[in-house]
Design a protein around this ligand. Structure first.
Ligand SMILES: [Zn+2]
Length: 336
């Protein structure tokens, strides 16, 4: 890659990650957070400035644009490039402060906002292949948000370059920046008629040169346990502590296998990703991913129920004295 591409990519990535765009799975708004529109409006303005055509930000927070074909008179498929602008919630808060580590020498990378955090090739072997490169990290208080602002920066750099070089032969190229990917709902609102592409690639990958052509299906379950709250001094025979019930329930989930850290490739897993609560009320969130077409078919039938929730509800014995407590769950589909 030429140095000019690297400089432009770096400048764009560093600028875009500083715009707050966390999505919110608890929100019913579309997009789930208004802050995602801040970046979409910034990109909308930049695309117009670059000379892109058909630049359009719709009411659902999707931004579309066109790089016109430079070859006419031939039937060339329209290719679309997509990236999502939101970042995942729950990992730190506050403004993202990107840091650039020039000409990485292989030594541990430390973080000013979290002295306990360290990044080094022994823990992250991929880093060993990046000696001599420039590495961009956050400051330790937040994630960087390169997922997927790296994809956004690459598509914007590509767009700028192709619009500046009409001598390069290509067909029509469509650009689409999407919201709410991290909460699994965003893509439902994409306007495929407006996108109008023969093929589409999402730039949201891991390793260099990797192309992913299939994906998992996922369900999500939220388990709520409502205990019985009384004054601790007069609690005998009355109090039901939701935290003790919850710890029993969560221990019935598979944790020595069928978890993200014990599976790879196409093995499915159940991922307990959030617990919060008090003695009076407790909530847990779990996601379930699978590659099995049979299980996907079952899930899309009328008898749909998340396997994680099934396991929780049917196999967690609730003690007799706790019958006063209420246990409920809500499952929703997170089809990707
Ligand atoms: Zn992503």
């Amino acid at each position: 890659m030429t140095q000019s591409f690297c400089t432009e990519l770096e400048e764009r990535l560093v600028r875009y990650v500083q715009v707050e765009t966390t999505s919110d799975e608890a929100s019913s708004a579309v997009p789930s957070t208004a802050s995602q529109l801040d970046l979409q409006r910034m990109l909308e303005g930049e695309l117009r400035e670059l000379g892109a055509q058909d630049v359009y930000l719709d009411q659902n927070g999707f931004l579309y644009a066109t790089v016109p074909a430079t070859v006419t008179g031939q039937k060339i498929p329209t290719v679309a490039f997509l990236a999502h602008v939101d970042t995942v919630a729950g990992i730190g808060d506050g403004p993202v402060k990107p840091r650039i580590h020039r000409n990485y020498d292989g030594s541990p990378i430390t973080f000013p906002d979290d002295p306990l955090l360290v990044l080094m090739p022994e823990i992250s072997p991929y880093l060993a292949h990046k000696i001599g490169h420039d590495i961009i990290t956050a400051s330790g208080r937040t994630l960087l948000g390169s997922d997927d602002k790296a994809g956004v920066a690459i598509i914007m750099t590509l767009t700028r370059y192709l619009l500046a070089h009409p001598e390069l032969p290509h067909g029509e190229i469509r650009i689409c920046f999407t919201p709410d990917e991290e909460i699994g709902t965003g893509i439902r609102k994409i306007d495929l008629q407006r996108l109008d592409a023969s093929v589409a690639y999402t730039l949201d990958g891991g390793d260099l040169g990797e192309i992913v052509f299939e994906t998992f299906s996922a369900d999500k379950a939220t388990v709520t346990i409502t205990g019985v709250s009384t004054h601790p001094g007069k609690a005998k025979g009355k109090m039901v502590n939701a935290l003790y019930l919850a710890s029993r329930v969560t221990m019935t989930l598979p944790h020595a296998k069928l978890t993200p850290e014990t599976t790879d490739d196409r093995q499915g897993f159940i991922h307990l990703y959030k617990v919060e609560g008090t003695a009076a009320r407790f909530r847990a969130g779990a996601a379930d991913r699978t590659w099995s077409p049979a299980r996907v078919r079952v899930r899309h039938g009328s008898a749909h129920r998340a396997p994680g929730a099934h396991h929780l509800r049917d196999h967690a014995p609730i003690p007799q004295h706790a019958l006063l407590a209420r246990t409920g769950y809500a499952a929703s589909r997170l089809r990707r």
